[in-house]
Design a protein around this ligand. Structure first.
Ligand code: PEP
Ligand code: MN
Length: 455
């Protein structure tokens, strides 16, 4: 990547959205411990993901990136991981079928613990306490003790990430993700219409597999039908943790973030001269950059040069998150900047973060209609510009939660209190996720059809 970089250079830059640990000795001890632990991912895997993202940027693959807003220590269980993984597989089947291109599957998992917050403190009944910043930093309960940042929590996050990744690797290659099991990835709480559409798709896939077998092509000899590649990603927000897990790749001699395959820079921490950009520019992993309404073409230009000076394919993913009704106002100027620079980027739509509202009953929610709208607007802008809409990024869970309103199973404002479990932002439930996948598949097959007609 870059020769004039070390993993601790970010420390000399302005840092925001990071905790001020009070016990420097305890922090140093944790950092030392983490630095001695094995990395969670390896450079070769990050490079393979980079190549796949490069294909997505050219329209030869499609990125599906999803998972929790914030992974929590309390909700950590094999079932939770399995259910999220299942829904991702279901969505990938729907997308592969619609788009006829491979789907690159990346979880917001095994490291998605640290959260930027809109305010540094929270006030309740006249009491002011530091904000909750994710389980890797402090605790959710509204008490002074819970909100003190505790460096030991990084060790628990590392352990949970390692165990999550271990299970994901087992699910990906140990038979669970075998395409012959396509019928078994249902969750039991998808809305009947979409569940039926999924069953129909599964039947068609099973038929195709039978046909291949009869024709002498044995799917059990084709590894890509029996296993999947599943990658991990998270926001690289807590730089002490990221630095401690940064390693030098023995093959290339270059630094690599060992905390996850892909890391991204959030909408609040993308200052071109800030600490987060400084850390991310030096590691060879694929990097995501959130682009919101306040991203200017000038900043984007500087950021693209800093984060991808060699204009490498698959290195930089721009994650657009403007909000429904605002995409046409903001995205075209950024697309123009990318075009003018001749920059290689992968464009992805985060249809969640621009659509958060407070419901009448007081819950932070996202109307599903707005999520769908933003996806449609994203596709429309790219159609207009002649550029590639290369993926979607969203917050979801395989559980039957009631956090986002709407969907065919119609979660109402009154329903929100029933199963509102998120540690941070509201997630799509299994049914809404599947519905979203069908919409994206429609958009992709419409694009395919248009390209075919155009010759
Ligand atoms: C997130 O992805 O959870 C997040 C905080 O997003 P953004 O930085 O786009 O607001
Ligand atoms: Mn979020």
């Amino acid at each position: 990547m870059t020769s004039n970089w070390t993993k601790s250079d970010w420390r000399a830059k302005p840092r925001i959205q990071m905790p001020d640990y009070t016990d420097a000795a305890a922090l140093a001890k944790v950092e030392e411990q983490l630095a001695a632990y094995p990395p969670l991912v390896f450079a070769g895997e990050a490079r393979r993901l980079k190549a796949e993202l490069g294909r997505a940027a050219r329209g030869e693959a499609f990125l599906l990136q999803g998972g929790d807003c914030a992974e929590s220590f309390a909700e950590f269980s094999a079932d939770t991981i399995r259910d999220t993984f299942k829904v991702m597989l279901q969505m990938a089947v729907v997308l592969t079928y619609g788009a006829k291109v491979p789907v690159v599957k990346v979880g917001r998992m095994a490291g998605q613990f640290a959260k930027p917050r809109s305010a540094p403190t929270e006030v309740k009944d006249g009491v002011e306490l530091p904000s909750y910043r994710g389980d890797i930093i402090n605790d959710l309960p509204f008490t002074p003790e819970a909100r003190i940042p505790n460096p030991d929590k990084m060790l628990q996050a590392y352990t949970q990430a390692a165990a999550t990744l271990n299970l994901l690797r087992a699910f990906s290659t140990g038979g669970f993700a075998d395409i012959h099991r396509v019928h078994s990835w249902t969750t039991g709480f998808a809305e009947e219409d979409k569940a039926a559409a999924y069953r129909d798709l599964s039947n068609r896939i099973a038929d195709a597999l039978d046909f291949m077998a009869a024709a002498g092509v044995h799917a059990d000899e084709i590894e890509s039908l029996e296993t999947v590649d599943f990658y991990t990603s998270h926001e690289a927000l807590l730089l002490e943790y990221e630095e401690a897990l940064c390693r030098i790749d023995s093959t290339s001699g270059l630094p690599v973030a060992g905390s996850g395959h892909m890391i991204w820079i959030g909408d609040r921490t993308r200052q071109p001269d800030g600490a987060h950009v400084e850390f991310c520019r030096g590691v060879q992993n694929p990097i995501g950059l959130k682009c919101g309404p306040t991203t200017t073409p000038e900043d984007l230009k500087v950021l693209m040069n800093k984060l991808n000076p060699e204009n490498e394919e698959g290195r930089l993913t721009l994650i657009a998150r403007f909000g429904a009704g605002k995409v046409a106002e903001h995205l075209p100027r950024l697309i123009e900047t990318v075009k003018a620079e001749g920059a290689n980027v992968l464009w992805v739509c985060d249809a969640m973060h621009g659509n958060t509202v407070k419901s009448e009953s007081g819950f932070k929610t996202r109307p599903f209609e707005r999520v769908l709208s933003e996806v449609r607007e994203f596709f429309a802008c790219h159609r207009e510009a002649g550029t590639v809409p290369g993926g979607v990024h969203f917050e979801m869970t395989g559980k039957d939660v009631t956090e986002c309103t709407g969907g065919v199973r119609a979660v109402s404002d009154e329903d929100l209190s029933l199963r509102y479990h998120t540690a941070c932002d509201p997630r799509l439930n299994a049914s809404q996720s599947l519905e979203l996948a069908f919409l994206v598949a429609e958009e992709l097959s419409a694009n395919r059809e248009a390209a075919r007609k155009a010759g």
